[in-house]
Design a protein around this ligand. Structure first.
Ligand code: ADP
Length: 390
């Protein structure tokens, strides 16, 4: 404490000594408060970009960080208003709203894009506080900001990438739809003409010729199935979700009922947990996820297996569902590829055939809901398919 400020007791008459003591104490307190304020200002200057203005918005103070980010010197800034760093990014209404707020004595908070002396844009998270005098009149404003340029850049990049992805997904879906539609007609012609040939000319062909025509018909049918799958696949991404609260236990049990014949034929058993929670989803599409996962769990069972379990864990607000089987399992190197369209790990003659699209459908439906699907498995050790719907 600077003792020079204190009034010496020996120089004052005794009747004034009490008042003097009180005055000294008050002085001491204000010195202490001033010291604390200086420390707080130091800390603030280390952390934030700070400036102060008069009631008209003319800069009266700018700290070092302000000068560093704007590339203006204090001399260039003092007396100017914040137009000097206006980037032109925001509308007139934006600044009108800001002024309306602070001139009515309220604090304004928001993100502002500014411009440096050499024309570069930067973003700050800003808090502007009106500073009232002791008599209540406005003394000016203090602005405290933090640099959020990196975060904004990342946000912009993410948004751009998301938009590009959405756009290319839409284009791909539209392409798959149009191409499949156009391919269906000539394909049906090939199928029908092989049938006509078989019906009208089989007497002129030997057995090998007839077999070849049968193969042609079968291949045309398979291609028709694949194209139909592509069409349905592109439709999933293009249609809006019909959302409602759904009890996932009921949905899984309904799916089991629909698959009962296949379950019985395989001698399999599917157990659905009693406490599966409700989620908001498209019930028809979500049902197809269970349909594909449970059908696969039965289809890819081993010789002595066939136990399937549908359950969940995690947070009730964001449950992770699973379909677990004790079947043939999947090697880790195939975890990604099995979700690709028409990818199969086995030939048509094994495990009852298939188009290799069930998991791709499940993935597309899950992603359409904003969720994720993945698998954990080991060869011969069974598999667990996990998914979320948000
Ligand atoms: P599909 O069953 O018609 O072949 P899917 O897209 O449903 O098509 O599955 C892709 C591949 O992933 C299957 O061919 C199979 O090799 C493997 N697969 C899927 N589910 C399982 C499972 N539960 N256990 C073992 N392998 C599986």
């Amino acid at each position: 404490m600077p003792t020079g400020l204190l009034i010496s007791m020996s120089t004052i008459p005794p009747n004034q000594s009490i008042a003097t003591k009180t005055l000294n104490e008050a002085l001491e307190r204000s010195e202490k408060a001033l010291h604390e304020l200086k420390i707080q200002k130091l800390a603030l200057d280390h952390h934030a970009i700070v400036s102060m203005t008069d009631p008209q918005g003319r800069i009266t103070y700018a700290n070092e960080r302000f000068c560093a980010i704007t590339k203006y010197s204090q001399r260039e800034l003092i007396g100017k208003d914040h137009c000097i760093i206006n980037s032109g990014h925001h509308s007139k209404e934006f600044f009108l709203d800001l002024w309306r707020t602070i001139t009515s004595g309220k604090v304004w908070q928001g993100e502002i894009c500014n411009r440096t002396k050499d024309g570069k844009q930067y973003w700050v998270q800003s808090t502007i506080v009106p500073l009232p005098e002791l008599d209540g009149k406005l003394q000016g404003y203090i602005s405290i900001r933090t640099d959020i340029t990196k975060r904004k850049l990342l946000e912009e990049q993410n948004l751009f990438a998301m938009k590009e992805l959405e756009c290319s997904n839409r284009e791909l879906d539209a392409f798959a739809y149009i191409a499949s539609h156009d391919l269906k007609e000539p394909l049906r012609g090939i199928h029908n003409y092989s049938q006509f040939l078989l019906e009208d000319y089989s007497a002129l062909l030997d057995d090998e010729g007839c077999d070849k025509l049968e193969t042609l018909k079968r291949l045309a049918q398979r291609m028709d199935d694949l194209i139909g799958t592509l069409l349905r696949f592109s439709r999933v991404g293009r249609t809006k979700l019909d959302l409602s609260p759904v009890n996932i236990g009921d949905l899984a049990r309904e799916t089991c009922n629909a698959l009962q014949a296949a379950i019985d034929e395989a001698g399999a058993q599917v157990e659905v947990a009693a406490d599966l929670p409700d989620v908001v989803c498209d019930p028809v599409l979500a049902g197809q996820i269970f349909q594909n996962l449970i059908a696969n769990a039965i289809k890819y069972r081993g010789r002595d297996s066939g136990q399937v379990e549908v359950g969940w864990d995690g947070d009730p607000w964001r449950p992770v569902f699973h379909v677990r089987d004790d079947g043939i399992g999947i090697r880790e190197k195939d975890f990604k590829s099995i979700f690709r369209i028409f990818k199969r790990l086995h030939g048509q003659d094994k495990y009852g055939g298939g188009l290799g699209a069930g998991l791709t459908f499940a993935r597309k439906i899950v992603e359409h809901h904003g969720g994720r699907i993945w698998v954990e498995s080991q060869s011969s050790e069974g598999s667990i398919f996990y998914f979320t719907l948000s």
